[in-house]
Design a protein around this ligand. Structure first.
Ligand code: TRP
Length: 453
């Protein structure tokens, strides 16, 4: 029998709410900002193919592992490990998750704040002012105050959603924001593929050039898949602790992974035709979205409207992700230290903002502060994405594959034997053997070779 649910905890109210929230966590800057530019830098179609294989072979199984831990544990990420493995050091994996969520929240909110500035810029005519857009971007991110103000606004928006709780905050807003995001994205897709020369962009995205593939590309695709699916630090453990006991975890993991991947690919469908239509290099890197695209909006009829929609899309995608990051930390503090959610939100937001401000300033006034040859922003990103996430992911799959009994995992995945789970042997094989080796490879590689990027 599965363990009884905890009646005092807030829970998601509907299947759609669960899908919207989990997909909301997964769909973020990773999909709309990072996926297109890493695809652009790594040869287009070939990278896409490997990325798809990583999601299918590894991502879905690791996600199902997180769901199994969270829903069985019925607590925050730290508490879930404690309740499933009492009197063992496994809770350490939970602490790492909380730290990772806190760190990601702090630097992710800096870039998320930029999207708000760009929403304003797309309608106030700044793209048309004649100032080169790369200057505008550099002036903005190196400014000592503006990016920080937007970052704090973004933190406040995140807090306002999380303060409502699971059903009346996280679920309610994701149910509105995720459909809105899909509508924005579809509008932009139609615009992009009706641009002259759009076929070139689609060809770039969908025609694999295998000569571009190296071991590094494979590891990079795997890392990107983990980050994009929100795996490795218990965001999905925390969310799934609020899932109903009747929710089909396997189907949910598949649906969330499909939604995340489709949205990443559609972001590519928006960006590459536009890039090729205006004869711009697809490999611009991180500035692709903030310099290259505004250039396109400047030249396009009704560009202000499409620019507004694009940056609103980016902001919404980021917001539903920061909500999931904040919830990891808030659930931990409120449940383990018995303080109210409100208090834990305030404390977390204050400290994440302080660290976040340093991350923001490291583009400008603090750009000369280098730690291990990295700026503060890059260091936080590196520690979280290249150390804490793979390590957390490794512990999660080892926990589900080797620590939990086969019976318990099967019980959780099949809702106490009431669901058919024909995929179970396959899932178990991946979690026990393939995933630990693959994740260890990413981890070792990224430690020795620095950032994979
Ligand atoms: N998946 C989000 C993105 O693609 C970012 C994110 C949210 C995340 N929560 C996470 C990444 C937890 C890793 C772990 O932008």
């Amino acid at each position: 029998m599965s363990l009884p649910g905890n009646a005092n905890r807030d829970n998601f109210g509907s299947k759609f709410g669960i899908l919207a929230a989990a997909a909301g966590s997964a769909v973020g800057l990773g999909n709309v900002w990072k996926f297109p530019y890493v695809t652009g830098q790594n040869g287009g179609g070939a990278f896409l193919l490997i990325y798809l294989a990583c999601v299918l072979l590894l991502g879905v199984s690791v996600m199902l592992s997180e769901f199994s831990i969270g829903r069985r544990g019925q607590r925050n990420v730290f508490g879930s490990f404690k309740s499933l493995a009492p009197n063992t050091p496994w809770y350490f994996a939970g602490i790492m998750g909380v730290v990772a969520a806190f760190v990601i929240l702090s630097f992710y909110s800096a870039v998320a704040g930029w999207t708000l500035e760009y929403i304003v810029h797309s309608v106030d005519g700044s793209f048309h002012s004649g100032e080169p857009l790369s200057n505008a971007f550099n002036n903005f991110i190196t400014h000592p105050v503006r990016p920080i103000l937007w970052q704090l606004v973004f933190m406040a928006l995140t807090a306002l959603i999380v303060v409502g709780g699971v059903k009346n905050g996280i679920e309610k807003y994701n149910k509105i924001l995720m459909p809105l995001l899909v509508i924005f994205l579809l509008i932009l897709c139609v615009r992009a593929i009706t641009l002259p020369n759009s076929v070139e962009g689609l060809k770039f995205l969908f025609t694999p050039d295998f000569s571009k593939i190296t071991a590094k590309t494979v590891l990079f695709a795997m890392g990107q898949a983990f980050f994009s699916l929100s795996l490795g630090m218990g965001a999905l453990i925390t969310y799934s602790s609020y899932f109903k006991k009747t929710e089909n975890l396997g189907i949910t993991a598949i649906n969330v992974s499909i939604a995340d991947t489709v949205i990443a690919v559609l972001s590519g469908v928006v960006i590459f035709p536009a890039v090729f239509a205006f004869h711009i290099e697809p490999s611009a890197g991180p500035s692709l979205v903030f310099i290259t695209l505004p250039e396109i909006f400047r030249q396009m009829p009704l560009g202000s409207i499409f620019g507004f929609i694009f940056f609103a899309l980016l902001a919404v995608a980021a917001l539903t992700s920061t909500v999931s990051l904040l919830e990891v930390v808030v659930a931990y503090f409120s449940e383990e230290f018995k303080i109210t959610r409100k208090k834990s939100i305030i404390i977390t937001i204050i400290f994440a903002s302080i660290l976040g401000v340093f991350a923001s300033l490291s583009f400008g006034p603090l750009s000369s502060v280098l730690i291990f040859k990295k700026s503060i922003f890059d260091l936080l990103d590196f520690v979280a994405s290249n150390v804490l996430l793979p390590l957390g992911g490794l512990l999660i799959v080892i926990f589900v594959g080797w620590y939990m009994t086969k019976r318990d995992v099967r019980d959780e995945v099949s809702n106490g034997g009431t669901l058919n789970v024909p995929f179970f042997p396959y899932f178990r094989f991946i979690v026990r053997f393939i995933a630990p080796v693959a994740i260890a490879a990413i981890f070792i590689y990224s430690i020795f070779y620095g950032s994979l990027g």
